[in-house]
Design a protein around this ligand. Structure first.
Ligand code: ADP
Ligand code: MG
Length: 375
């Protein structure tokens, strides 16, 4: 049974001018035991409101939330359990540590204030030492948070969330206030702690790298709705909308009209750059449909112009510039009015104004219906 189950949840806020914001607009979501689910989306898409509703810090308008099979919120049954009765740990973007308390006192606090039966004093001390050591800050137990770096403070906040050893922990952008290097390290530590302790997690972020790295499943949110949910690999390689393809990774896009559906299932599409064959067609399309074609930058081949055309999706393009990005280079090339981004491990730069041959396997061209809301 899922640890968390959210059904058709809705929550509206009133703005000062009286207009309504649908912060959560019909979300359903399950989190399996031990699963790490990341809620990903731009600022304002409803991530925090959803998380706070699960924690009991925000009262939804309608829907239902079950935690460990127990209804904690249900508009039908008029249930709304207080946060402390939901047995969840939560950690926020601001560390929210008490400056007048030592690290030890900060971390032991939720244990001392837990509902009965409580741990003994010895057990509490052992528990705090255990999580502080796990996070590599055992030596800071007697210090005050004010004297520490952002990374150390966030470790203390993590320790405080882990100490009660709840089987469910909610994270609201906990790493956005720490430096990139520390953030990277804390992500890895978070994963190894999860492997060690085995909690389920719902983790909010607007950072796609963070989402890809941490998640068993990513739920991409858009305007208070789940646009797509799946493993990082699924979300990256099989996005179901332009919104998701743009939010996760880089995508080249061109719109067109379906001209022919081939026996193989591939489709020929008339576009501003001529006919394109798309072989990755998740839905049904018919002749005359408006579609958008998506291609990841690493799926193209860029060669000297002298190369023979290979296959149907082959064009002569004009070089613009190359950006060296370390592990790969990003080549910017132009084709008619399109600017395309092509990635390769090859570090030779394209020359501005020079002609090149660009090609792509039809299997790497994803064909999605062009929904009006995606435009
Ligand atoms: P996110 O965490 O993804 O940035 P939020 O859940 O904070 O998004 O906000 C979702 C939407 O609800 C936004 O439009 C935000 O302005 C609005 N909102 C959130 N909290 C309140 C509130 N207390 N009063 C009015 N509007 C709110
Ligand atoms: Mg937020």
């Amino acid at each position: 049974a899922p640890v968390v189950s959210v059904r058709d949840l809705r929550k509206e806020f009133r703005r000062a001018d009286g207009s309504a914001v649908r912060a959560i607009d019909g979300v359903s979501l399950d989190v399996a035991p031990g699963e790490f689910v990341v809620l990903l989306g731009p600022s304002g898409c409803g991530k925090t409101t959803l998380l706070r509703s699960i924690a009991g810090l925000e009262q939804p308008d309608s829907g239902a939330i079950h935690i460990r099979g127990v209804p904690v919120y249900s508009s039908d049954d008029v249930i709304d359990l207080a946060p402390e009765r939901r047995k969840i740990s939560m950690i926020f973007q601001s560390y929210a540590l008490w400056p007048h308390m030592t690290v030890f006192q900060n971390v032991v606090y939720p244990l001392k204030n837990a509902p009965r039966p409580r741990l003994s004093k010895t057990e509490m001390t052992e528990r705090v030492s255990y999580v502080l050591d796990l996070l590599g800050i055992g030596q800071l137990a007697g210090q005050h948070p004010g004297q520490m770096s952002g990374g150390q403070q966030q470790r203390v906040a993590l320790a405080r969330a882990l100490a009660p050893q709840q089987d469910l922990i909610l994270f609201d952008e906990p790493l956005s206030n720490v430096d990139a290097k520390v953030r990277e390290q804390l992500r890895l530590e978070l994963l190894s702690m999860q492997a060690e302790i085995g909690f389920s997690a719902i983790y909010v972020t607007h950072d796609q790298t963070e989402a890809m790295e941490l998640a068993d499943r990513v739920a991409v949110l858009r305007d208070g709705r789940v646009e797509q949910i799946g493993s990082p690999h699924e979300i990256y390689s099989r996005p179901t909308s332009r919104y998701v393809a743009d939010f996760i990774g880089t995508s080249n896009e061109v719109t067109g009209t379906v001209e022919e559906v081939l026996d193989s299932g591939a489709v020929r599409i008339q576009t501003a750059i001529g006919p394109v064959l798309g072989g990755d067609v998740p839905g049904t399309v018919a002749v005359g449909d408006q579609v958008v074609l998506l291609a990841r930058p690493e799926r193209f081949r860029l060669e000297p112009q002298a190369a023979e055309p290979n296959g149907p999706n082959s064009w002569t393009v004009e070089g613009d510039t190359t950006l060296f990005l370390g592990a790969h280079s990003q080549h910017i090339v132009r084709l008619e009015d399109l600017t395309l981004r092509v990635w390769s491990a090859d570090q030779t730069s394209v020359q501005r104004g020079q002609s090149y041959r660009l090609s792509i396997d039809p299997a790497a061209v994803r064909v999605l219906p062009e929904k009006p809301k995606d435009q």
